[in-house]
Design a protein around this ligand. Structure first.
Ligand code: MGD
Ligand code: MGD
Ligand code: SF4
Ligand code: MO
Length: 724
């Protein structure tokens, strides 16, 4: 057979790079960047080839599985859905709707099937809904809701036009941008400098991004809100901002000025781990640049101060005139425009709580931090996971696997028998990513350039295979208490069959801001999008906050009262001026995270090209800290927190500042079983065993997995203790 090449996107991460997949004899023989892609322009990272690897991986599941004792056996779809339905309906009848929990993982947002994830959530009517959002962007959504009136209004960095890019707690050179989709981030950053702009990276580690910057500020982990409050103090006391402009766009300027009046950069310095002069300079340069943007991401989300930090980030952009203007923080306008609906999403903060009463729901979701607890206490009796691996990816004191085992019914919708799916009673695998066509709905809303792109399917799926949305649709039918089930369930399934996410996208494009229904015959149609293999460019980001803002006075809220109180508490805490006293006894280093170009959270370690080379699950430590502890490069060390310990090899490097160590997440594949045979050979350790689930962002409940206090000692050398 001759080779054919198909253009689509890589859907492994948020960047969604355009790829050209060449297939011969039913095998992927090549994956290249698509130079015609309107967003990625040919860029791909080394993970792109994993799209082929995944498709051909013998460990990828091709049939539904049912647990029989401690084994799994194949089962037909109809039988699986019937049995699941019987069990879930009984549990709902006997224990109420909230007894069935659901967890939605990260890749769910990378496919239009997520619509059915949302519909299943509605059908479940459960208070026990969880997702990766509460260990990811929850603080940014919380801030968007409070400042702009809608959680979807998370601003995007206009990287392609800015004159000053300040990156805080993000490493786009590796991640390719997040809540700011920017494939080829490295080149985009270099271009800021080439057009005469300046790039600053604020990060405890000299990251791959920091290496591209003009300046690297090696902040102490957790130091960000102090640094930002110090910057605000400078902006206020040196009267650097255009007050009339601020008052026209925002409310709360006076309260904000009062808040920071006494918080000098000198006071901030010890807590930020950054000297006062640098803080002054950061403030002055931000306001002086023709356009400037402070871009912060998960390094500062996953902290107890996540919401406060992101509020200060948006606030500094706003008061320096960089909110909703080119080169600053902007809001995308994609073909299927979700943003205007944002203000109708019920936030219902605190509509209910977890059973301890400590954690409030936020946009009808509880923080994943309490998941194992709710199961152990019997509040969750059955669980559906969709595209998530919370056993590895969330801190649960190592108890989530056992908690899942204790439930009456667990359903995992996943491509693999993962560390989570292994505890399921039913595993329902969708087709491989190359076996379905798709149109990205979520990420285009957070892209650094307006665009719409269609992904063509590369392989015909096997006859009996189902896409994610088809599985989720069947689960909806099964959980609903339908009367005359044998007739009504068939009718409902028939309705779903006609309502594929792509059909919905078709309607969304037609009715969207560029669509035929609004623009007449020149407008966009699904057909036109599908006919453009690299997507359709819809132009640069343009100001649009005024039409989207959902606050009562239609102004940006600079000073929500509870944020002011939170910030005031931080400021008051610094009155002694000695940051180091905050270390709890027995711990002297702060643990932060680290991502690698060839990893993607927990789930690409089964593909040989992704794990070849040196062990990457290491603890990165500064030479001075290593010397002080008598530790040397490559030796196994025990990293201990209040939660427990793990053993990993030490990697000594002055890329990280003293007082901090960095370990990547997503490792710890040593579970027995055939789920991930390649991954099990180089399992690494699960860093989430060290993080305390009860430490969360004060406002949103986001897990605070950055900045955990640990100690590091030489590991015992006995191989029987599991040392590699
Ligand atoms: N310590 C620490 N922990 C972290 C983080 C950190 O920085 N530090 N980061 C957090 C972040 S940002 C995130 S987003 C979470 C991620 O947390 P999760 O979403 O829970 O975990 P992933 O590792 O992304 O697992 C994704 C799962 O989806 C499956 N999958 C992949 N594609 C598909 C598909 O198309 N359909 C279906 N049904 N399944 C699919 C994979 O096999 C895998 O099991 O981890 C968080 N955990
Ligand atoms: N290759 C690859 N790409 C990915 C992923 C992946 O796993 N691998 N995951 C995807 C996902 S799910 C997400 S959410 C995005 C995340 O995208 P990014 O937010 O860019 O993620 P990270 O690389 O974890 O960057 C967080 C940075 O915060 C720094 N940091 C830690 N603590 C602090 C602190 O206290 N203050 C400051 N200022 N910085 C701190 C860390 O050193 C790190 O450099 O990436 C996506 N892209
Ligand atoms: S950055 Fe890599 S993994 Fe992410 S979409 Fe692009 S090619 Fe795929
Ligand atoms: Mo994420």
């Amino acid at each position: 057979m001759s080779a054919t090449t198909i253009a689509r996107q890589c859907t492994l991460c948020e960047a969604h790079c355009g790829i050209l997949v060449t297939v011969e004899d039913d095998r992927v023989i090549r994956i290249e960047g698509n130079p015609d892609d309107v967003l990625s322009a040919g860029y791909i990272c080394p993970k792109a080839t994993a799209m082929g690897g995944l498709h051909h991986d013998p460990d990828r599941l091709r049939t539904p599985l049912r647990r029989v004792g401690d084994r799994f056996e194949p089962i037909g779809w109809d039988e699986a859905f019937r049995e699941i339905g019987q069990r879930l309906r009984r549990i709902r009848r006997e224990h109420g709707a909230s007894a069935v929990g659901m967890y939605l993982g990260n890749p769910a947002a990378h496919s239009s099937s997520v619509i059915y994830g949302a519909l299943l959530r509605v059908a479940l009517m459960t208070r026990n809904f969880y997702s990766a959002s509460s260990i990811d962007q929850f603080p940014q959504e919380f801030v968007a809701w409070r400042m702009f009136g809608a959680n979807l209004l998370m601003p995007v960095v206009d990287i392609d036009h800015t004159h000053r890019l300040v990156i805080m707690g993000a490493n786009p050179a590796v991640s390719n941008g997040s809540v700011s989709t920017m494939p080829g981030a490295k080149l985009r950053i270099q271009k800021v400098r080439r057009r005469g702009g300046k790039v600053v990276v604020i990060d405890p580690r000299r990251t791959e991004t920091a290496r591209l910057a003009d300046e690297h500020v090696a902040i102490a982990p957790g130091g960000d809100p102090y640094l930002l409050l110090g910057m605000l103090h400078v902006l206020v006391t040196e009267k650097l901002c255009d007050e009339d402009r601020i008052r026209a766009q925002c409310t709360g300027w006076d309260e904000l000025r009062a808040l920071v009046a006494d918080f000098t950069p000198e006071r901030a310095a010890a807590y930020a781990g950054v000297d006062a002069e640098t803080i002054r300079q950061l403030a002055r340069e931000h306001v002086a640049a023709p356009s400037a943007v402070l871009y912060a991401r998960i390094g500062v989300c996953q902290q107890v101060t996540g919401t406060l930090t992101h509020w200060l980030v948006n606030t500094i952009n706003a008061v320096t005139g960089n909110l909703d203007r080119p080169g600053g923080q902007m809001f995308a306008k994609p073909a299927v425009d979700l943003a205007p609906f944002g203000r109708f999403v019920p936030m219902a903060h605190g509509a209910w709580t977890d059973s301890s009463g400590r954690f409030k729901s936020f946009r009808s979701e509880l923080p994943v931090a309490v998941l194992a607890d709710e199961m152990e206490q019997g509040h969750i009796r059955a669980m559906i996971t969709y595209a998530g691996n919370p056993v590895l990816s969330t801190p649960q004191r190592g108890r989530l696997g056992a908690a899942l085992d204790g439930l009456e019914c667990v359903v995992a919708v996943d491509l693999y028998l993962t560390e989570t799916a292994r505890h399921a009673d039913f595993v329902l695998p969708p087709v491989s990513p190359l076996e379905h066509a798709d149109l990205d709905l979520v990420l285009a809303t957070f892209s650094v350039r307006n665009n719409v792109r269609f992904s063509e399917r590369v392989f015909e799926p096997p006859k009996s295979a189902l896409e994610d949305w088809e599985i989720l649709a069947r689960l909806i039918t099964e959980v609903l208490p339908l009367p005359a089930r044998s007739i009504t369930s068939r009718a409902l399934n028939g309705v779903f069959d006609k309502l594929s996410p792509l059909r919905m996208a078709m309607a969304g494009i037609a009715a969207g801001p560029y669509g035929v229904l609004r623009r007449g015959w020149n407008g966009l149609t699904f057909g036109k999008v599908r006919a453009a293999p690299g997507g359709i460019d819809l132009g640069p980001l343009r100001p649009r906050l005024r039409s989207l803002i959902g606050t009562k006075d239609r102004k940006v809220q600079l000073a929500p009262e509870d944020f002011l109180i939170g910030a005031r508490t931080l400021i008051d805490d610094t009155s002694d001026g000695v940051a180091s006293t905050k270390a709890p006894e027995g711990f002297d280093l702060r643990l932060i995270g680290r991502r690698h170009l060839r990893s993607n959270n927990s789930w690409l370690h089964n593909l040989p090209p992704m794990v070849k080379g040196r062990d990457r699950c290491t603890a990165l430590m500064h030479p001075a800290d290593a010397a002080e502890r008598g530790l040397s490069d490559g030796e196994p060390v025990t990293v201990t927190s209040r939660m427990g310990s793990i053993v990993v090899p030490l990697e000594v490097s002055d890329d990280i500042r003293t007082g901090a160590i960095a370990i990547p997440h997503g490792w710890g594949h040593q579970d027995p079983g055939v789920g991930w045979r390649v991954a099990a050979q180089l399992p690494g350790a699960n860093v989430n065993l060290l993080h305390d689930p009860s430490l969360t962002d004060t406002f949103s409940g986001c897990s605070a997995v950055n900045n955990t206090w640990v100690s590091v000692t030489p590991a015992p050398t006995d191989p029987a203790l599991g040392i590699r």
